[in-house]
Write a protein of this length. Structure first.
Length: 288
């Protein structure tokens, strides 16, 4: 019979977890600040995203970090880092391409026929910038073919980290694979060093996109004059129904009469009392 008495066994380390109290408090703070509902089933996801902040603030554990945030001991700047950690930033160039087809084949020709001289467009949850740069490419390409037409793109997000990436306009080479060849040649710069694996959006196009931070659950949106187009896609799914209706109502107020709102492919405004008419799949028009 084997004798293991001389061996030293260490118990498995206790997993650093958030307590139910801490999760409830953090989820409440996040919902109050940016409207995102974090369900109980997402606790492990939340823990994984917050662990990177533990060492950043020299906390002894994720539990200690949570208590420091909940107690306000790290200041408002840390809450911004918390928001950046929990937001989802899935994005791609030409994502949900049917929207861009509708834009080019229907919306922009209508504005050109109405002799609209400048198109103002707002990408309301721009993430790392793929959506607003896609819009800028298409608007610029259209403006080159329609004499006298100009455009401007406003791009906002709640996450300051992704905004910093968007402003730089530098992406892995494979990220621009969905961009059509003729647009890539015109608007995407290849590195001089062929060993580099990234590309950059051309400076002329970057100058056409103004980036800023906007929280969509705030009562007002500081974007300036009303716009012709709003892309706010795959954001409403993180809000409850009441918040969804409030956000879409405020978005529609930012549209010019006859302006267009583009939502994500799985989002709906059915049952909302809004001055919007559906004109295509998840595309809505404000009454003229």
């Amino acid at each position: 019979m084997n004798d293991f008495s001389s061996l030293n066994f260490n118990p498995a380390p206790e997993i650093d977890r958030i307590t139910p109290r801490q999760f409830k408090a953090l989820a409440g703070m996040i919902r109050a600040e940016i409207g995102i509902n974090i369900k109980d089933s997402k606790q492990t996801m939340l823990e994984g995203r917050l662990r990177r902040r533990v060492s950043a603030v020299d906390a002894g554990s994720i539990g200690e970090y949570c208590d420091m945030v909940i107690g306000g001991r790290l200041g408002p700047g840390e809450f911004e880092h918390l928001i950046n950690a929990v937001t989802t930033n899935k994005t791609d160039f030409f994502r949900e391409p049917a929207h861009f087809d509708y834009l080019m084949e229907t919306v922009l020709p209508l504005y050109a026929a109405e002799n609209c001289r400048q198109i103002r467009c707002w990408s309301a949850a721009c993430s790392t910038g793929a959506e607003p740069y896609t819009l800028a490419m298409l608007l610029d390409d259209f403006a080159l073919r329609v004499r006298g037409m100009d455009y401007r793109v406003i791009a906002t997000d709640i996450d300051t980290d992704v905004l910093a990436t968007a402003i730089k306009g530098i992406y892995p080479r494979e990220a621009v694979d969905p961009v059509p060849d003729h647009l890539r040649r015109r608007y995407v710069l290849e590195p001089k060093d062929s060993r580099r694996a990234d590309v950059r959006i051309a400076p002329e196009l970057r100058r056409r996109v103004a980036f800023g931070r906007v929280n969509l659950i705030e009562p007002t949106y500081p974007i300036g004059d009303p716009v012709h187009l709003i892309f706010c896609r795959n954001v409403l799914i993180y809000f409850d129904k009441q918040t969804q209706e409030q956000v879409v109502s405020r978005l529609s107020e930012q549209l010019l009469p006859g302006g267009y709102l583009f939502l994500g492919h799985s989002e709906s405004i059915a049952g909302f009392n809004l001055d919007l008419e559906q004109v295509a799949s998840t595309v809505f028009r404000r009454s003229p």
